[in-house]
Design a binder for this molecule. Sequence first.
Ligand SMILES: Cc1ncc(COP(=O)(O)O)c(C=O)c1O
Length: 404
Amino acid sequence: MKYDLDRIIDREGTGSVKWEMYRGGSNAGPITPVDTSLASDDPIPMWVADMDFACPKPVLDALSERVRHGIFGYTSASDGYYDAVTGWFKKRHGWDVSKKWITSTPGVVPALHFAVKTWCQPGDKVLIQRPVYYPFFRAITNGGCEIVSSNLTEEDGYYQMDFEDLEKRASDPKVKISLLCSPHNPVGRVWTVDELRQYGEICNHHGVIVIADEIHADLMMPGFTFQPYAMLGREFANNGIVCTAPSKTFNLAGMHLSNLVIPNPDLKQAYDAYMFETGVAGGLNPLALVATEAAYLHGEEWLTQVMKYIHDNYLIMREYLAENLPQLCASELQGTYLAWIDFRELGLNQAALEKMTQLDAKVLFDEGHIFGKEGFGFERINLACPRSVLSLALNRLKMQIEKL
Ligand SMILES: Cc1ncc(COP(=O)(O)O)c(C=O)c1O
């Protein structure tokens, strides 16, 4: 079926974090939802990574049917659920996953916290690559650990891993695990096989366990192919924990369900033991299970249309910037639906940039500096929205930048 992705769906009253609660920078307060006619000047949220598109129809149908059943007692994942999850990995990425390797958690962020608690002692260090998805930081510090960053290098908006630096940092015996963001949020890189292999070899050599956050794996732009970390080879799979989820792919983030793939039985046992100790193991949300199974079985047609739409949004944005705001530079978007834009040429300091975007233009991006100080001067823009909303946001931005 053809999905109407231009349709504006009013999310008011749904408790949407994106629309009703803005974490904000120094000046931002709570926002009111945008007028669906787009006539008012309400703020437009383009920050947190969820989509303003309705989920695939088969997901909505499956949920309705499950709701009609009427009982939502303690629930575990069925064989059908595991078949759907592993079937998706195989079909989408050619990745053979045994159901025995899967541990489900209430989201990837909690899974990262659990990983730090499982494999690190307070005082240990965890390796990351800034600028990077900012909840990585809290997962590390909550475990009493120290953040060690091997920063990505940037040239003309293109980011790469710094292997020499990575080797140096990974060799510190205090570094126990490394959080890999693949594809990389916020810079939009889809790591190549060679990059992942080099990264993995360094971690393996120094006994650093790799936690690969692959939540954006299904969101590839044309011409890019996702490489599952565990498919690099046995030695990588044996030293890796892969975090997957249907949440970004099918706009199911509020369902809070993710599937970790842990091929090494010793690592899996340790992880599951931690989950058990903390009371997290022991049943999953029945609606999340149903939605995930339906999405993985029947959601691909929707995903194809959504990714095409988002790619077009990206091209339209690039063209708009080139014509109207040449001072801004968008990084190449290889994967994810989050564009990474360089505003540094405007010469604004952090507070002034934040004021211009949030208070004056009333477009709410994720400020680059929250991904680490290396992101200063950048903004992360969520492109998973109807085109009219994107156009409005760009026009507002242009008006304010022209006033500078
Ligand atoms: C890299 C990355 N990991 C994890 C998450 C969130 O995971 P969850 O909602 O499953 O906790 C996001 C959301 O934007 C993300 O970008």
